[in-house]
Design a protein around this ligand. Structure first.
Ligand SMILES: [Zn+2]
Ligand SMILES: [Zn+2]
Length: 443
């Protein structure tokens, strides 16, 4: 397939993830080089060394197995198109790049990783009621403030039959670094820093909702009425770090930003409790964490314990009067060090509150949608059909996602339909979260 620069940022470029493409552009290397196996490709020749466009939609990161002769003119390259989820990297990559020299379309087709799933319209999507428990909607993480434009959200949701997404700001983002092969807090936040940052993020989320003409859902009736023909969002925060120990800020976020889904912790052991990817410092949920869970129950905010330790989950389950959500994870019986996956007992503790566990499409665990559907089935085996949901984390996944964008959802629905009835598939893809949302918000 031939890609054009105008395709970048569009569903066409996103759907092409993993496929062979052809793209022409101008090479850029930080130091003048005649050949390189790693460089940037740009739509237009750079005017000087060092002037890389700031717009991530105008740059493709190129990786070649053999050094490529750069020369002065336009390069016509073939390779495998990839969407990158590296928060510090460029959005698009061309892997295994080669200079195009008479490669036939037939040869390209033969090299394409054809994935044969019957493309059947899935019952669960026919009424467009799917709900994503955790999403960054391909925005908010990679986007620097005031730079570039929002990626399309509403259109892929319409195409994939997704009615609503829990769109999460990332409360501890300014201090999180990749260290020791995982995401970790790089330093302590300054007083007010994460509050200020999260206020700006909520503002940006509302701007995205406006740009994409997506209603912000504030009541259970609104979620129950939501359909993919008019995609909506639920304001969420990944981490209660912005509270900085002040409970009144929860009321403020509820009122001012329409916060309806709060994940207590993220990649920093915070004022609310412990996380799976760092040593325990609180022994689970803190007293402030208990206070936050109770206030969420009173206000009508869904409590999400993703990233929290099993100890945190047990304590939250004992305190909450509403179902808990664990929005993005998957089941394991042999946990690796610092894993974000959970053991069967951890899953059962969520189900016992009447809650729901979102299955997380980490490419390393689920190399294709059939394997991803198996991940749903394994969790259903442990907790039952009423306690499993969809938690995509689009696009916050370092290392890639099985589900590249929402318009791929019918493929997942088809894979689920080979294991579950239409009614069961509808529960997994949205019905279970609607039930929890209703229970948490009342009405
Ligand atoms: Zn997460
Ligand atoms: Zn996330």
């Amino acid at each position: 397939m031939r890609l054009h620069w105008r395709d970048l940022g569009s569903p066409r470029a996103d759907r092409t993830h993993g496929k062979p493409v052809e793209l022409s552009g101008f090479a850029f290397t930080p130091l003048a080089a005649r050949t390189a196996d790693h460089f940037l490709l740009m739509a237009e020749p750079g005017c000087c060394q060092g002037c890389v466009p700031a717009n991530p939609l105008a740059v493709v990161e190129v990786f070649a197995d053999q050094p490529i002769k750069l020369g002065a003119g336009e390069l016509r390259l073939t390779g495998t198109w990839r969407l990158s989820s590296d928060p510090d990297g460029w959005r698009y990559q061309l892997r295994g790049a080669e200079v195009k020299c008479g490669l036939s379309r037939r040869a390209l087709m033969a090299a394409s990783p054809l994935f044969c799933l019957p493309v059947v319209p899935a019952m669960a999507q026919a009424d467009g009621t799917a709900v994503d428990l955790h999403s960054h909607a391909r925005n908010l993480i990679q986007m620097a403030y005031g730079r570039g434009s929002f990626a399309a959200v509403a259109e892929p949701m319409r195409q994939g039959g997704v009615s609503a997404i829990c769109l999460a700001v990332v409360a501890d983002s300014p201090i999180i670094k990749t260290m020791d092969g995982r995401l970790r807090p790089g330093r302590d936040p300054r007083p007010g820093e994460l509050y200020d940052y999260t206020q700006r993020s909520f503002q940006q989320l509302h701007a995205l909702a406006g740009t994409q003409q997506m209603p912000i859902l504030r009541t259970a009736a609104e979620l129950n009425a939501a359909r993919a023909s008019r995609p909506s969002l639920i304001v969420s925060s990944e981490g209660g770090d912005f509270l900085e120990g002040k409970i009144e800020r929860l009321d403020e976020a509820y009122q001012r930003w329409g916060l309806r889904h709060l994940q207590l912790t993220h990649y920093r052991p915070n004022e609310l409790g412990d996380i799976q990817t760092e040593p325990s410092v609180h022994g689970g949920l803190t007293q402030f964490g208990v206070e936050v869970v109770r206030r969420c129950n009173q206000l009508g905010i869904v409590v999400d314990v993703a990233h929290g330790t099993y100890e945190l989950v047990k304590k939250a389950a004992s305190v909450t009067t509403k179902p808990l959500v664990l929005s993005h994870t998957s089941l394991t019986d042999r946990p690796a060090a610092w894993t974000r996956r959970i053991l069967p007992d951890h899953a059962r503790a969520i189900a016992a509150t009447g809650g729901v566990i979102g299955i997380w499409p980490v490419l390393g665990y689920f190399p294709n949608v059939v394997a991803y559907a198996d991940g749903f089935a394994r969790m259903v085996d442990v907790v039952g059909i009423n306690h499993v949901g969809l938690g995509t984390d689009l696009l916050g996944l370092p290392g890639g996602s099985t589900l590249v964008n929402y318009n791929d959802l019918p493929q997942l629905a088809a894979a689920l339909r080979s294991k579950f009835s239409p009614e069961e598939t509808a529960k997994l893809l949205g019905g279970n979260y609607r039930r929890v949302f209703q229970a948490s918000l009342g009405g």
